[in-house]
Every structure is written in structure tokens, then in C-alpha cells.
Design a protein around this ligand. Sequence first.
Ligand code: S3P
Length: 449
Amino acid sequence: MSASVITLETKENFSQNLVIQQPPNGISLQGQIRVPGDKSISHRALMLGAIAQGETEIQGLLLGEDPQSTASCFQGMGASISELNTDLVRVQGIGLGNLQEPLDVLNAGNSGTTMRLMLGLLASHPGRFFTVTGDNSLRSRPMSRVVKPLQQMGAEIWGRKGGSLAPLAIQGKSLQPTHYHSPIASAQVKSCVLLAGLLTEGKTTVTEPALSRDHSERMLKAFGAELTTDPETNSVTVTGGNQLYGQKVVVPGDISSAAFWLVAGAIVPGSEISITNVGINPTRTGILEALEMMGADIQKENEREVAGEPVADLRVRHSHLQSCTISGEIIPRLIDEIPILAVAAVFAEGTTVIKDAAELRVKESDRIAVMAQQLNQMGAKVTELDDGMEITGGTPLRGTDVDSYTDHRIAMSLAIAALNAQGETTIHRAEAASISYPDFTNTLAQICG
Ligand code: S3P
């Protein structure tokens, strides 16, 4: 069987086209992959390391652009962070409440997690003034979801559209504790309020309508925060004023990155891929449950716990997929994987319905609109819903020109769709993948043989 041809063309403006040429007799994907470190955990390890007392050692950090944004923001406020690498990053923390007033604007780049989590810390540092901004995408994403609860605690934040769009200016203050009932299940909102609560005297509680990823809760506890959870009401409470202490953090592989290979292995005939060291925290494994519902053949092997997070190796083999309906409480547990799940649905028998996922419209791009347009351009049958998509599988895809809209997860999802499309697909602005998966193209070439 001949390999597909994968070429990366760099253009004059440094934007890259990823060209995937399907050979006439098809491909099969084989091999073992180690995915990069979990993005959510990498951000949190850098942030908590920076505000804790003493040294934090981080193994397995994601070297993508997003954690780099977090590192440079906290370096700008006095934390000392060694050069980022996957082996070992050392963070010399400055102790709770000691973030310095930065001499320049803090730039969160493309990273919603950096900006939203950091805002909780900045707003609660009395007497210091901060300005934060981001790239074109981040400056158009809603910040009111974190500004509102922080204002409820007494924070002073200004920005365009009543403080809902970055750039934002923050005058740090002593805040009042609150019980915030978040209208959305969002780990960024929850974590922002909890981080603000660290420096706020008394108990700060967040209740969310469904459980979002709980990496902040796990890591805050490990760093010594006084934190309790109530699973019955999806509530978390932090008691302010307790010092955090530097820890050793081991970052597991990112299940959101593994998801591309899980779907690739499931949809490309004759494939078998093994993905080692993947984080399988139950607040993130919606993708495994959804693919299993669709009839994917995925085995969990070597399950273990590493530094407070569950980890396993995953093996996927090609199988015949069926449509399914994905809605409700599973949505926050697979929110970042919906673009690649849409690709799986294109190759499944029947009509897959994804609902309750309006959050996708305010991610790095409007992921409902962009995925529907780009997959339809390849010949798929995708209908946009206000809060999701309806995807009728079984129509063969044809290679054509598609665009990532500078969204990393769109770039990689389209690349996986291209593996099963006839002829040649060109993914424009494919460099976006480096936000969370800088080595994506090399790994793609590796498993294509
Ligand atoms: C993240 C939370 C999610 C997710 C994002 C990372 C985090 O966002 O989509 O990629 O690390 O807290 P929301 O909290 O907005 O759902």
C-alpha cells in the first residue's frame, strides 16, 4: 500500500499550507504515538508554580504557543521560569499575592485559558494595575463571562463593550467572597473565580450547571489550597488566604490531541494506532464515550495514576461507525473534541446530531460555522444548528482547498478528514496547529508511513 503524500508549504507571509494527497489505492495508518502534554494542565502548572512559594518542577509540559503565552505573562510579573522544554521546567514562585505590576501589556496571544484564569489573579492583587490583550481571535472572544463574577466580588475592570472585550485594564483590589452560579459549564470561568478566591478572605464558591474539567481543583489541592467540592451540586469552594507551595507536576499527554489519532484510526480502513501516556481524567473522556457509542474499537491499556491525574495507553483499530446523538452533560467533557467528532460523523452510517454546544461559537473560531462550511466544501452533508450540527454520514469526501480560520483544532480536524478524501486536499493556514500540537504534521507523516 503506498503512503499518502504530506507536504508543508511555507508562504511568504509565513502562513503554511498542508497538502495531503491520497494515493489511488488508499492508505492505512500504523504506529505508536506519544502526544504532547495536556494544554489545560500545562497552563495551570505554570500559573500555580508562579504564584506558589518555592520551586515547582514540571515534567512533560506542552511546548505549544499557548503555554508560552502563559509563561511570558507570568515572567512579566516577576516569576522566574526556565526555558520551556518537555523534560523539565523549573518555576521559581513568588508567593501568593506577590505578582508585580508589569511594565508592559500582558499578551495572552491566542489563549483564552491564559487570559481568563489570569484575570482572577490580577483583579485580586490590591494596588497594582494591569493591562491584558491577545491576538485577533482572543480580542473578539467574550470576557464578560469572567468579568461579571469578578465584578460581583468587587473587581474593577474596563474594556470595550462594557468590559467584555480585550484589551482590558484591571485595577487590582481586595475582593469580597461570593457564591457564583455560573450559567455555563466552563472550567475557565470556574478557575478564574477560584483563583480570585485564593486572595480573598473567606469562602468563594462556584456552582456550574454541569461538571467541567477539574484540573484546577486537583492541582490547587496538591499545591496546598483549602478547597472542597460538592459533586451533587457541581460546586467548588476555596478558602482564601492560604499560601500555596511549589510542587512536582507531571503533565500527561493531552486527550484533546490524542482525539485526532483516535478518529483517524477509527475511520481509515486497515489502521491500528497506539497512543501512549494519555490523560483520561473523567471530566475529559467524553470523546472516548462518544466514539464508543459510535462503535469505535478503542482499548484502554496500562491504566495508572500519575501525579494526581489518571493516565492510560489507548489503542484504536478501524471499525464501521454508526451515527449517534451527543448532547447534555457530556458536552463540557468533550467540548474541544467536537470538530474532530464531526469528522468521525462524516464517515459514520446515519445522521449524527450534536446539540447543547453553542459554546463552540465562541472558541478560537466559530467552530460550528467553520466546520460545517469546510466539511461541506469537501462534499460532506453538515447542517448548522444554533447549538450544534447535524451530520449525515456516508458521502465520500473529495480533496479541495479548505481553511483553518487560524484555529488549531480546525486545522488538525481537516487534516484527518483529508486522509479519507479522494485526491488532494490543501489546508490553508495549517500553522495554527502549533498552538497545541507543534509536531502534528511530523506525526501525521510518521503514521502514514
Ligand atoms: C479550558 C477550558 C475549556 C476548553 C479550553 C481549555 C481550560 O474552555 O474549551 O480549550 O483549560 O480551562 P471553557 O472553560 O470556556 O469551556
